[in-house]
Design a protein around this ligand. Structure first.
Ligand SMILES: [Zn+2]
Length: 394
């Protein structure tokens, strides 16, 4: 076979794998939020409960052959199932094409795994306004481990950049979560009381980072956890007070006064965001493991973009989105993540306006836009940044 023929078969092979993963993904998206097993029992027609035969389980093809209907009872099958399979096939095929094995080694594999997990997470968010921790937190680990596999010179982050990217991404979203929540509560303190690792850790790390950079944020956050553990009660400062101090520090840093004690603009802001994000993610991991040990059968998940959190406090950004940001930041690095976030906001605004014009009123969560924005940034982010810099005359 020619080189071109070999490459085409390779891409076709991965597209087929993608379609199969998409078929499994449909099962996961349907069953995970219901707390059902994703491997058993076998797939059935939702109306007549007949177990589907092998010829009805071929991704995309079965849907077309059956003309979108169940073979026995004739109930209509949603076009979403073949669309998800096609989207997964397309994504896998594009990744196999963009990161060919002879140049990129195994780089495409972690990206395919991330694409599959994040697409499932986005669909579950769309259906239920929840993002399962099992998908978002696991994806964060896949994204950081993937950074050890990527071939150099592909523009993908190395391990250090992936960790920093995850911290900045989670941090950006947790700060929107805290500051937005504070505004929505009309500056009243939060009623959340967690121990020993909590949002108080995130808040104090955000302040320390602004005043002294990332290292200070990590030290102060760790001390807060340690002291809370030793004193056996949550060591907390009122949230409005912490963020008032945070805002004053930000103004001092922006106006250059911070230089007097040796903290520059970039160091302060990066330290605050990455410090807050580090403890937000560690907290998420901690509480996920606690739920797991308690044997919480309900699929652990967190509100993502729903207008209220579990305690009924209004939120600007669900904590599920904070966890979702971690794998996106690890996959793209902090700069790519911000490009993706910008695209997510633009996409969200466009779809939101289109939905209003069409007369719809359903609340659309932000998670799916974050995932779409991130993969757009992976595809065209570098080109976009280059074009923008050229526009500015660099
Ligand atoms: Zn049926």
């Amino acid at each position: 076979m020619t080189d071109a023929g070999l490459e085409a078969s390779w891409i076709a092979l991965w597209s087929i794998v993608g379609a199969l993963v998409g078929s499994f993904g449909n099962v996961v998206v349907y069953r995970w939020p219901r707390g059902e097993s994703v491997v058993r029992p076998r797939s059935r027609c939702p109306r007549c409960s007949r177990v589907l035969g092998p010829l009805e389980l071929i991704p995309i093809v079965s849907y077309l052959l059956l003309r979108a209907r169940c073979r026995s009872c004739g109930v209509r099958i949603s076009p979403r199932y073949p669309l998800v399979e096609a989207a997964m096939a397309l994504g896998f095929g594009l990744l196999a094409w963009a990161y060919p094995v002879h140049e990129a080694g195994l780089s495409a594999l972690p990206l395919m795994a991330l694409y599959a997990m994040l697409l499932m997470a986005a669909l579950i968010d769309l259906d239920t306004y929840l993002l399962p921790d099992g998908l978002t937190i696991t994806a964060a680990f896949v994204a950081v481990l993937g950074a050890f596999v990527y071939a150099p010179e592909l523009g993908l982050p190395g391990p250090g950049e992936a960790l920093f990217g995850a911290a900045v991404a989670s941090g950006a979203l947790v700060l929107i979560n805290r500051l937005g929540g504070l505004v929505l509560r009309r500056l009243k303190d939060t009623s959340e009381r967690l121990w020993p690792l909590s949002l108080d850790t995130v808040n104090i790390a955000a302040l320390a980072g602004m005043l002294g950079g990332l290292r200070l944020a990590l030290v102060v956050g760790s001390l807060q956890v340690l002291l809370s553990a030793v004193t056996r009660r949550p060591l907390r400062l009122s949230e409005p007070v912490v963020y008032a101090a945070w805002l004053v520090s930000l103004l001092l840093i922006v106006s250059g006064v911070g230089e007097r004690w040796g903290v520059g603009l970039v160091e302060g802001i990066a330290g605050s965001v990455a410090g807050a994000g580090t403890f937000a993610f560690l907290g998420a991991l901690w509480w996920w493991l606690v739920d797991w040990r308690r044997g919480d059968r309900r699929a652990p998940a967190d509100a993502a973009g729903a207008p209220e959190d579990d305690d009924g406090e209004p939120v600007a950004m669900g904590f599920g989105d904070v966890k979702l940001a971690a794998p996106l930041g690890a996959m793209l690095g902090w700069d790519g993540f911000l490009v993706g976030l910008l695209m997510a906001v633009v996409l969200g605004a466009v779809i939101g306006v289109a939905q209003r014009l069409a007369g719809g009123s359903r609340f659309v969560p932000f998670g799916p836009f974050m995932v779409a924005g991130a993969f757009l940034a992976l595809a065209v982010g570098d080109a976009l940044i280059g074009w923008y810099l050229a526009l500015l005359g660099f």
